[in-house]
Design a protein around this ligand. Structure first.
Ligand code: CA
Length: 238
C-alpha cells in the first residue's frame, strides 16, 4: 500500500497544492487545517509521515510535534513560515526529521518526503532485524583516542576540530544540526567564531573525506538550516 501523508496546513491554497503533489507522487494524502483535526486524524489512522505547519488557528504545530514525538516515531517535516526562524526551531530540538521553509517548491517538499520516508524505513528495518541489513550502506566509525574515522577498511586522520564536527553529526545521523550548535560543539570554550568558520571546516572535512572515499558523500548541507550526516553514493548525490 502507498505511504500515507497527513498534511496539517490551514492555508487552503497551500493545503491543496501539497495534497495534489502528494497524490501525484503516489502517496495517499489526508489534509487537516487545525491541531484538533490533526489529533483526530491521528486517532483514525496513524500516518506514515506528517507535514506540519507551525502557525495554526488553534495553536502551534510545534506543540503537536512534541506531543507526537512523545508517543510515536512517525516522521515529521515541519513547514516553517520563515527561513530565519529555522535556527530557533532547530535549537528547540523538537525531534522533527526535516524542515521546509515557505515559500517552498512543492516538488522540493515531495523530494524531502521521499528522503525522510526512505531513511525512516531503513532505520526501522535495521532496528527490527537487530543488525545492519546487507543492503544498507556500510557505517562510518569514529575513534576518539586516535582522532580518526574509518570506513570500508580505510582510516582517515582528522584534526581535533574536524573530529568534533564529525562526531557531533554522527551522534544523530540524518538529523539537521544548525551552525550555532555545531559551533558550540566544536569550540567548548565558546570563543566567538562566525558561521563562515563552520562552513569552511565542513568544506575542508568534505574534501578530505572525498579524497579517501571518492565514491561516497557524507555531509549534506540543508539550505538555510545547517548540516547533517547522510551517507550517499556519490553518483546519487546531486
Ligand atoms: Ca499557517
Amino acid at each position: 500500500m502507498s505511504a500515507s501523508l497527513l498534511i496539517v496546513e490551514d492555508e487552503p491554497r497551500l493545503q491543496s497544492l501539497l495534497a495534489d503533489y502528494a497524490v501525484h507522487a503516489g502517496y495517499r494524502a489526508r489534509t487537516c487545517n487545525s491541531l484538533a483535526a490533526a489529533r483526530q486524524a491521528f486517532v483514525d489512522e496513524t500516518p506514515d509521515l506528517v507535514l506540519l505547519d507551525v502557525m495554526l488557528p488553534d495553536g502551534s504545530g510545534l506543540d503537536l510535534c512534541r506531543e507526537l514525538r512523545n508517543r510515536s516515531s512517525v516522521p515529521i517535516i515541519i513547514v516553517s513560515a520563515r527561513v530565519d526562524e529555522l535556527d530557533r526551531l532547530l535549537g528547540l530540538e523538537l525531534g522533527a526529521d526535516d524542515y521546509v521553509c515557505k515559500p517552498f517548491s512543492p516538488r522540493e517538499v515531495m523530494a524531502r518526503v521521499k528522503a525522510v520516508l526512505r531513511r525512516h524505513a531503513g532505520h526501522t528495518a535495521s532496528a527490527a532485524s537487530g543488525a545492519a541489513d546487507e543492503d544498507s550502506p556500510p557505517a562510518l566509525a569514529l575513534h576518539s583516542e586516535a582522532l580518526t574515522c574509518s570506513f570500508q577498511g580505510q582510516t582517515l586522520q582528522l584534526t581535533p576540530v574536524e573530529f568534533a564536527l564529525l562526531a557531533l553529526l554522527a551522534r544523530h545521523p540524518g538529523h539537521i544540526h544548525s551552525r550555532q550548535r555545531i559551533m558550540d560543539a566544536m569550540y567548548a570554550d565558546h570563543r566567538v567564531v562566525s558561521d563562515r568558520t563552520v562552513d569552511s571546516h565542513v568544506r575542508k572535512l568534505r574534501q578530505k573525506m572525498a579524497t579517501s572515499w571518492p565514491d561516497w558523500r557524507f555531509i549534506e548541507s540543508v539550505y538555510g538550516a545547517g548540516y547533517r550526516l547522510e551517507l550517499t553514493a556519490a553518483d546519487d548525490a546531486q
